[in-house]
Design a protein around this ligand. Sequence first.
Ligand code: GLN
Ligand code: ZN
Length: 756
Amino acid sequence: MARTHNLGFPRIGARRQLKFALESYWRGQDSAEQLQQVAAAVRAENRRLQAPLDLQPVGDFSLYDHVLDTSVMLGHVPQRFVGNGFNQLDRYFRMARGRAVEGDAPVAAGEMTKWFNTNYHYIVPEFTAETRFSLNTWSLCAQIDEAHAAGIKAKAVILGPLSYLWVGKAVDGSERLDHLDALIAVYAQLLAELRRKGVDWVQIDEPALTLDLPPTWRQAYQRGYEALHGVGPRSLLTTYFGPLDDNLKWVLDLPVDGFHIDASDGIAQLDTILARLHETQVLSLGVVDGRNVWASDLNALLDVLEPVDAALGERLWLAPSCSLLHVPVDLSAERALDPELFSWLAFAVQKLDELTLLAQALKHGREHVAEPLLINRRAIQSRRDSTRTHNPSVREQIGHITPDWQQRRSPYAVRAQRQAQRFALPAFPTTTIGSFPQTQDIRAARRDYRAGALDDAQYRQAMQREIAHCLSVQHELGLDVLVHGEAERNDMVEYFGELLDGFAFSRQGWVQSYGSRCVKPPILYGDVQRPAAMTVQWARYAQSLSDKPVKGMLTGPVTLLNWSFVRDDQPRSETCLQIALAIREEVQDLAAASIHMIQIDEAALREGLPLRQRDWPAYLDWAIAAFRLAANGVDDDIQIHTHMCYSEFNDIIDDIARMDADVITIETSRSHMQLLDAFQDFEYPNAIGPGVYDIHSPNVPDTQSIVELMRKAATRIPPERLWVNPDCGLKTRSWSEVKPALANMVEAARRLRQAA
Ligand code: GLN
Ligand code: ZN
């Protein structure tokens, strides 16, 4: 009789209540009590939504980030946040975001980085040789008490000690594993305390177990878990974001009371697991995909689960593959979605329903839940057979692709010459990454247009006014290569998704990205096709206002893919190819409309790297092929640009080179051009614009600092191949910040030319 449980529930609230409460507290409008009330209400609602489960997670809630909560619980607070008279709550927000409420003296916030290969960002624990721990379980215990008071049997959720160490960073160059013994000692106290509180089960999250682990870390796992053996409640060692693969054989020897494995992609090595599982140990199978939005094929799952259930009975637990943090809360809020598509989807609440249904079918037989199983079967079938997922014309087009489509006509050197003739740019050409400030006026115009208050002509006029303004500012500043400013886009993925077939948008499908920040990823459900040109009218209008080149601006196929919920009924590579074909058509239309420079942003290319290194080459192969297909269908004298929002390049620099963009702009200023180390051993063949100032900060860079950064760059890259540009788009900045910053950048380029 399988039992159902959940690893974690979205904590931002179905209507983003927590987001609004946090932001209002940070603005100084709401009191701490008001914030805590909203938080308690979200937890109560989450308990209600999870009521059908046999075991609920407790301690998965967080006001900002669960890794930061772990740091606070372990008393692991960097020195700069200690003292200063801040209370616990405000110290917590200072660690998260550098200040608690507006007006506080700011302090450098903790670094934020991506949680494995998800789009969630956590606050990185900072280890130094001086790091000490001291346990503070107040917040976790309060959540447990709250659950107990609500009559709920709590399964406590904690981040495991080794994954905690793994996701942290030794900021002084010391060795993280040096803290293992001290850390295990506090975890032992923590587990003992949970046992004293009457908690029966603790879920210990160790997602790092799905990664390539060096042997020292493997030994650390063994030593750590040996030491924790028998101290706490019964322990469920919880792994997710992939199968255990080669780690499985030794993980099964760790002395715990059960294992949770990610089975969203099938149950790998099931026979080994069943053979080695001790008769007192539990096996939790994460059969429902916890990080995508598709309804499970329940009948197929039952085929797999029935024999396991027969073998394990109560020792079989069913769960989502990972915390449901990564999906929206409730599909039933989506009344505007097309009914057929609706039937294919499952958000957090629906995923829990799936678990309950599976458990009932296992307990009482499938005939007991025949009707919901039939409905599920129909949905799965309609998804398989629908022309939205299998559009013959898209399939036919894909069939026409030949390898030469990925190839420019001539090598870079030849193209560079022809482009130099066409554009006659000065040395160190200046440009920007695409977007300019998104003012209130711009947002209001877009909103009114959506609401029907502006008609097509009025909206076009409003956007053209913005474009004209943006171009006149760039002329005044004296930039060499211009952009139209992206006023018509609220988001670089959503804009294209809405114009392409195959993408759908939810109304309330919010997912936490970090802290109070949420994103609403498009749902890429079907075959992708471009019904009409998407950007040509704006680009053409902008170019009509200038004799200087204006870059056409597109989002690349890999980024459109990586920032969406992607269909799981075909390989991602195939879906990416379809998007690439649509973008290729747009590139060709732009070129035909005399847009001679075209930038294809691949902001998220690196993010898509698989967790396991051995899977990198395959990903990079299809991702780069998709970019090349999108970019390379034009003549030699069309200049293709690309942009990337990060600077960790060293490990993929030759793949970046394989993209063969004529110009690449990248983020580098915060790392003081450290990126250029990658160019020490690798000669990047094409032109490159290393970002010279950080657009995330309101600070205006001074001319001299830009000159110095560029001189540094020129020691590694031939100056004739260098461009001068900011790190990223300027849409989050105000005009009053942008104008002086770009004026200094243009002046820096002028000095560089003079000195050359
Ligand atoms: N062209 C986009 C912009 O300028 C690029 C944004 C990004 O790289 N994230 O906003
Ligand atoms: Zn960027």
